[in-house]
Design a protein around this ligand. Structure first.
Ligand SMILES: [Zn+2]
Length: 225
């Protein structure tokens, strides 16, 4: 695990349900297969979500086996990003459709340099993202039609995320595209590290029926070295 990418456990946005699951011992450590127990809170942060800025203080859990502590990050957020994943996703889509980053920034009311940073990072990571979400899509739905090439590597990566989200929706129940992307990347969609993404296929299991439980569970399985 690179020092730059904290290992968080992605959870749903409903804090009450997260609390219940944490107390019930249902949440699995992202570093081993131990169960997490309540362990205070992460530092409070302001995150700009689609509906506006919100103050959030994510729960923290401690692994009963390894003893490590992990932030339980709602899937509307990404690791070390002050904007919600749906805001970032909207910018990436608009950019892939040809809008310049200044225009995207004006559209979303975000600083232009911030948008440029997201777009550049996505482009740098495009091949890794495309490969990860394509594998995930095929794992979720073996009958998936081939994902055709788009206008750029960045657009190819967006297409793979969309294909995986559709496959996940078919397997479980529909989930908003970018929340799915956040959960399925362990919150590290835009992290500039070599940390592996959660790789549920390494567990040798078929996807479970329940989307969110399974997305949380993904992080509990060992990623390939
Ligand atoms: Zn652990």
């Amino acid at each position: 695990m690179g020092a730059g990418a904290p290992m968080v456990l992605m959870v749903g946005p409903d804090a009450g349900e997260v609390e219940r699951a944490l107390r019930a011992g249902e949440l699995v450590c992202p570093g081993c297969e131990g169960r997490l127990r309540p362990w205070g809170f992460a530092s409070p942060r302001t995150v700009v979500l689609a509906g506006g800025a919100e103050r959030r203080r994510p729960r923290r859990g401690r692994c009963r086996r390894g003893g490590g502590t992990h932030v339980l990050l709602p899937d509307v957020m990404l690791v070390r990003r002050a904007h919600g994943v749906e805001v970032i996703g909207a910018a990436l889509h608009a950019s892939a459709e040809g809008a310049g980053w200044r225009r995207v920034a004006a559209m979303l009311g975000v600083a232009a340099t911030t948008v440029r940073g997201w777009v550049r990072r996505w482009a740098e990571r495009a091949e890794r993202l495309r490969a990860h979400f394509t594998r995930l899509a095929v794992w979720l739905d073996a009958t998936l039609a081939p994902i055709g090439p788009r206008a750029s590597p960045s657009a190819d990566a967006l297409e793979a995320v969309a294909a995986a989200a559709v496959a996940a929706g078919r397997r479980w129940s529909a989930m908003p595209l970018w929340r799915f992307a956040a959960a399925a990347s362990g919150g590290r969609l835009l992290c500039n590290t070599g940390s592996p993404f959660p790789a549920p296929w390494t567990a040798g299991s078929v996807p479970a029926r329940d989307c969110h439980h399974e997305l949380g569970g993904w992080n509990g399985r060992r990623a390939p070295p």
